[in-house]
Design a protein around this ligand. Structure first.
Ligand SMILES: *Cc1c(COP(=O)(O)O)cnc(C)c1O
Length: 482
């Protein structure tokens, strides 16, 4: 099952890009290079499977600044993936079936509603590196996090802590705090936050491992994100899992920003549990059906659970005799009957994923994001030694402004430590940069306190998108400075 982990390739993508440019006889910053990269991209056709919004249709676009009918520069798959073209057909099937057959749709039709989640389970399992019986598609992400913590967070007076990232996503942070309180403990003493070293933005694996070694005896559960939503850092989940297990901790991951973005091998890594949403890189639409993973080793474990009728085995579920015959593992955690209107958009997206592999997507992603990094560092480098104030640096012409805006990338440069997203900070006010980008037809997102997250998604973004983004970023930085 394990697909090759191409990320461990020995060379930085920048070197690969420079070599390709040399072979093509152009410079990597030339538009012709981006076009050539798109031409040789074996996944370029997948873009056709998505609706790409037009510049003119994005509400903040300033029509005087853009070519209205151009595709927008969509760099926001980290927040909401684009709509796969296949969604409409599947939804229409559901609506037709319901209109024509009413209740019979539960067990008849192209995707009987009572079984509809099964149509997305196997393909979801493939994407997270799990066995099909280890994955359930249900609920929303935070709901699944709670359901999993009910089973996996079992604090005792000596081992009651949950270890999370210091800047975990608010929903995760609140979920942990409330779970801790639910068990009668106090987040002030039971919630352990992993923080970067002073002056650093991201966490070092070695620091995490020593924290786990040091505190592990008091840690009940380690719950980390796979890819950090703010910094874009991809954590070494295998190492974290091993470190946690060596101290007797349960280890789970929130894969909101990792699923469909990074190669995952949840089963082989021995991760205890995981959950994810599907509206980000999995393109299932806002509020889409979430996923949950429980490792096979826990399939028969006697754990606390919040139950409903859908956890009862299908074969005897409808006897209605109130004698619970629970499905093993994660399927036993299904509470309610599954929503076909949420399954269908996810299925349409999985159809596109099915045309490729995470290994191939990742191979493209490493180059695509490497290209974004290369261009940003080439055109808007942060001058050495500048902290708060931008330094004057070799203006090309005397007429050019003496102060050149710069961009700092806080996401690690090592491709093995990031997914597709780069998080950017600026020497000029971020709110102005964001506004200027939006006026120019760029969809990206600003996260408080001060980053723009730029996420070229390998399923539908192109090297030309990255090239266009960087040129619009240049215009926006200039405009923001005025
Ligand atoms: C997007 C995201 C969420 C959102 O949670 P929902 O339950 O889907 O609203 C939670 N946690 C993380 C880490 C996220 O990135």
């Amino acid at each position: 099952m394990a697909e090759s982990a191409d990320v461990q390739q020995s060379r930085h993508p920048t070197d690969v890009l420079l070599e390709k440019a040399a072979a093509l006889g152009c410079r990597p910053e030339d538009q012709a290079f981006a076009v050539a990269m798109d031409t040789e991209d074996p996944l370029r056709g997948l873009r056709e499977d998505f609706h790409i919004p037009k510049m003119k249709d994005l509400p903040p676009t300033d029509p005087t600044l853009v070519c209205a009918d151009d595709d927008c520069v969509y760099m926001c798959g980290n927040s909401l993936g684009l709509q796969p073209k296949g969604v409409r057909k599947y939804l229409e099937q559901d609506l037709d079936y319901w209109a024509r057959y009413g209740v019979f749709g539960h067990f008849e039709g192209p995707r009987p509603w009572a079984l509809c989640d099964e149509y997305v389970t196997e393909q979801s399992a493939r994407i997270v590196g799990a066995r099909p019986e280890e994955v359930a598609c249900m609920n929303g992400l935070t709901v699944n996090l709670h359901l999993l913590l009910v089973s996996f967070y079992r604090p005792t007076s000596t081992r009651h802590k949950i270890l999370i990232e210091g800047k975990a996503f608010p929903s995760d942070h609140y979920a942990m705090e409330s779970q801790i309180r639910f068990h009668g403990y106090d987040p002030a003493t039971s919630l352990l936050l992993a923080e970067p070293r002073p002056g650093e933005q991201t966490l070092r694996t070695e620091d995490l491992v020593s924290l786990i070694k040091r505190e592990g005896d008091a840690i009940a559960a380690i719950v980390f994100s796979g890819v950090q939503y703010y910094t874009g850092q991809l954590f070494d989940m295998e190492t974290i899992t091993r470190a946690g297990h060596s101290k007797g901790c349960v280890v789970g991951f929130d894969l909101a920003h990792a699923v469909g973005n990074a190669e995952l091998h949840l089963h082989d890594w021995g991760v205890d549990f995981a959950c994810w949403c599907t509206y980000k890189y999995m393109n299932s639409g806002a509020g889409g059906l979430a996923g949950a993973f429980v490792h096979e080793k826990h399939a028969a474990a006697d754990m606390p659970k919040l139950l409903g009728w859908w956890g009862h085995k299908m074969s005897t579920r409808f006897r209605m005799d109130n004698k619970l015959d629970l499905s093993p593992g994660v399927n036993g955690l299904r509470v309610s009957n599954p929503p076909p209107l949420l399954v269908s958009p996810l299925l349409a997206s999985l159809d596109v994923f099915q045309k490729t592999t995470m290994a191939d997507l990742r191979r493209k992603s490493v180059l695509l994001t490497g290209y974004l990094e290369f261009l940003i560092k080439k055109f808007y480098p942060k001058p050495a030694g500048s902290e708060m104030k931008p330094a004057a640096s070799e203006p090309k012409a005397a007429s050019e402004a003496a102060i050149r805006p710069w961009v700092e990338i806080i996401t690690p440069s090592d491709p093995a430590q990031r997914g597709c997203q780069l998080s950017l900070m600026f020497s000029v006010p971020i709110g102005a940069v964001f506004t200027e980008l939006e006026r120019r037809g760029v969809a990206c997102d600003k996260r408080e306190p001060n980053v723009l997250r730029i996420a070229p998604a390998p399923l539908y973004n192109s090297f030309s998108d990255v090239h266009r983004f960087v040129s619009l970023l240049g215009q926006s930085l200039q405009a923001a400075q005025l």
